[in-house]
Design a protein. Sequence first.
Length: 454
Amino acid sequence: MSSKQDRLALPEGHQLHAYRIEGTLGRGGFGVTYEGVEEHTGRRVAIKEYLPAFIAVRSNDGTSVLPAESAAEPDYHWGLDRFRSEARTLLDVRHPNIVPVLQYFEANSTGYLVMEYQEGQALDVILAPDKVLDPSEIDGLFLPLLDGLKVVHKAGYLHRDIKPANIFVRRDGRPVLLDFGAARMALSGHSKSLTTIISEGYAPYEQYESDSPQGPWTDIYGIGATMYRCMTGLKPADAPSRVAAEMRSATDPLKPLVEVAKKKYLARQIEAADRALKVVEDQRPQTIGDMYGLLAPTKAAPPKMKTGADASSPAVKQSNRANLIAMAGGAAAVLMGVTVIVLAIILSGGSSEDPGTGLADPNNPVVRQQKASFLKNCVAQVGSRKVCQCRADHLYARMTRDDVRIFAAYHQAGRRGDMRTFVRNYHKGDDKKVQAFMARLTGNMLGALNRCKQ
């Protein structure tokens, strides 16, 4: 534990409401979780503190939490309100596979969620470094979790961050779902600067877009990705890479389960995971009942839930994009993937644009030249100048000055290596900037395909 982390967390022995801090269980971008003891009963608890480290700091008194700067104040309080709403929802949810929430209170200018302490291990620890589960363990883990998620969704709530690190396996073998992400996703939707906090490999592409409708299918993707990890020992490919491959009719970077599964899993388990991991959201099971029906050993499945995000609702109909290849015009190869789009829009030399996140000047001669090159390549592949002109206009109208600089640098480096790795090196390991770039690029590509159809 670093000194920086020590300063961020409340110290051991600190009295917090009716609880004494015994140590730190973990910390993430949005808060710190402590082990605590209830003073009057001696009961062990886990206490989750709202402390989004990218916009908040611990004050000089060592206890209070404050926005890092005045400009961050609206986002901080917006997130705290979502954290409070999360508590209200979870206080009413009672299910053996959902971590029980005991109390919510506010102190030190922030909020605290008190949960029942769990004895056991997180799934990511159990799976490290490349362990997989047996077929019987797949059923024993995911069927109960789906049953718990059904209750959560029925309450009108989504988890939005299902991954091995957020699944805890008790000593008796029962799985428990932890760390609901309402505050995180509320912040992401409220502030464009915060849209980069996602779990790569486990988040579907709609979580990369601030205005894309989310619903049960979003959590179902996380379930499918976690099943994939449990059956292959591999972390799933990230959504932007998969979207890019789909758009240019290339091979999905997520290798099929039947090829990489390390044990002989049941056909229903492979089918359930494969369906849950579909890139396009309306090709996934739309409710937990649907997913349970695929995975369960019998055809009997829980009744379909009637939630605010039912598959027949307007929100879902709005989100039901047609197959991405069809939207791309049905071409056998469409020059729109991450690596291919780079070839089309990178600059042939240094950029005359100033650095920054503002939009690049579309009248810049170099940008115009590369837009024309992109248009030519697109027409050659798709066949429709009208469609390609629409896509070019959409993409280039949304390119930032920083994007121009990155593409220019990538071109000058000879386009060697993975684009994400190059961008990470370009930004000196700043994952927040890397994810922001990839999210922007993915959103722009999807927007172009959705807007410009043949």
